[in-house]
Write a protein that binds this ligand. Structure first.
Ligand SMILES: NC(=O)c1ccc[n+]([C@@H]2O[C@H](COP(=O)([O-])OP(=O)(O)OC[C@H]3O[C@@H](n4cnc5c(N)ncnc54)[C@H](OP(=O)(O)O)[C@@H]3O)[C@@H](O)[C@H]2O)c1
Length: 431
């Protein structure tokens, strides 16, 4: 008779529902691949009255998640409830009890990953979190296992589907941010409170997790310089297009002088870069490694079944290990590394200024830039009269100098307003 591995699920919303559906639909193949039947024996939810569909028997539902963790008929804990509390305490307790944990919780891993990996290591049990970064896309395991022998130099990702959907529609329709956001909310692509997505925070959590893995160090979400897409305008997108770029919300992690630079912000990206072709709500992660070269991982970054696929893959992995009384690839020992302040970034910049339409303006602006060691690669005027704007693209400059330049431009009489400042990432990216 097949062995049974009993799963306790913490949460059964979007992702949990996807997990239950996949486990039921693919049961025979999963049993064959695992060497055991995977059975959901307990599920914790907030509202026990909600219909959970045919994949779950009512009898397994409870409102007490600790009861699920501690239940004798639970071998593996699947945390798909989200948030840091109580999820973090529940995972710690499961590990303490020697139960492997699979989680999709990016927020928790991005803030407390180092402590959770340590707890898993101390307990000698698996903690798997493939679904926490970029939904269905296999990226944690490739980074942790397939690339373990290589030296990762840089990771660049489109890590949030909502913002990529908004920017794609702005690019393809010439539409304004507010108009597309409203549509995205109506279509269910954006939350009614979209801050975590459009403010870059969701991408920052994923970027922190990827940076930690790439460079064997602890990078927390608060270490990630984060700027969102709220102030990207149709004009910015048009200028980018004219110069051969698209605007994408990028998560970029690299090591410069033994310090980790990690940032999430909208940026000009050359149309020729593979990430520029990532449209709509899709995600992608581009990895540069010394030996492997350039790799790109692409796919759906969210959704019930795409995310459920990553969770179930992890569940099968830890179940196989349980059957062999083995453990999967452990987290590498983290070495301490400093975080590089964003002011030290060197890249190109695009600056859009509302200016007075008169002679001498360019000379005034150029002087301010020159005073701060920022040189101009391209400049032109758009519009006339009250709508005159100066478009500048700089050569490589230090972020600290660029910021000082922008502050100084605010005080120049012929500059009415600094309308936009965006980083321009070339094929090699800023460093
Ligand atoms: N949605 C995605 O596409 C996606 C993609 C990647 C990663 N993730 C991550 O996956 C996790 C789950 O996301 P989701 O979208 O599935 O969330 P969700 O739809 O809001 O589901 C959360 C589930 O957890 C239950 N729950 C929450 N707090 C609880 C508590 N204190 N006690 C008992 N049950 C509780 C809820 O119960 P009720 O059903 O009764 O409300 C619900 O079933 C999050 O960490 C998220 O970041 C989501």
């Amino acid at each position: 008779m097949d062995r049974v591995i009993r799963l306790g699920m913490l949460g059964c919303g979007t992702v949990g529902g996807g997990v239950a559906t996949i486990l039921a639909r693919e049961a025979d193949d999963i049993t064959a691949r695992t060497g055991a039947k995977l059975e959901i024996t307990r599920v914790a939810v907030r509202d026990p009255g909600k219909d959970r569909g045919p994949a779950l028997a009512d009898s397994v539902v409870t409102t007490d998640p600790m009861e699920v963790v501690e239940a004798e008929d639970v071998d593996v804990v699947v945390e798909v409830m989200g948030g840091r509390r109580p999820a973090g305490d529940l995972i710690r307790r499961a590990l303490e009890l020697g139960k492997p944990v699979v989680t999709a919780n990016k927020e928790l891993v991005a803030h407390e990953g180092a402590e959770l990996y340590a707890a898993a290591r101390a307990a000698g049990v698996d903690l798997a979190y493939e679904a926490a970064v970029a939904g269905a896309i296999p990226i944690i395991k490739p980074m942790k296992e397939s690339l373990a022998g290589d030296h990762v130099q840089r990771v660049v990702g489109i890590l949030n589907g909502t913002t990529n959907y908004i920017l794609t529609r702005m690019t393809e329709e010439g539409a304004d941010y507010d108009e597309v956001l409203g549509d995205a909310q109506a279509l269910g692509y954006a939350e009614s409170d979209p801050t975590a997505d459009v403010g870059g925070h969701d991408a920052a959590a994923k970027c922190a997790i990827l940076a930690s893995l790439a460079f064997d160090t602890t990078v927390r979400q608060e270490d990630v310089f984060t700027a969102g897409i709220e102030s990207v305008t149709a004009t910015d997108i048009r200028v980018a297009d004219r110069l051969g770029y698209v605007i994408k919300l990028l998560g970029i992690a690299s090591v410069v002088d033994d310090r980790v630079g990690v940032r999430v912000h909208p940026a000009f990206l050359p149309k020729t870069h593979p990430l520029a072709a990532v449209r709509g709500s899709y995600n992608a992660v581009f990895v540069q490694a010394r030996a492997a070269g350039e790799l790109m991982f692409y796919g759906p970054g969210a959704g019930a079944e795409p995310t459920g696929s990553a969770v179930v893959g992890d569940v099968i992995d830890v179940a196989r290990n349980l059957l062999q009384t083995a453990r999967g690839a452990t987290e590498s020992q983290h070495r301490p590394m400093e975080i590089r302040p964003i002011e030290e970034l060197t890249t190109q910049y695009y600056v859009l200024l509302d200016v007075e339409d008169r002679a001498g303006v360019l000379a005034q602006v150029a002087t301010v830039l020159g005073d701060h060691d920022v040189s101009i690669a391209q400049v032109w005027q758009e519009g006339r009269g009250d709508s005159a704007q100066l478009v500048l693209v700089t050569h490589q400059a230090r972020e600290g100098n660029l910021r000082a330049t922008v502050d100084a431009l605010d005080g120049v009489s012929s500059v009415r307003n600094v309308a936009s400042v965006l980083r321009v990432e070339s094929e090699v990216f800023g460093s």
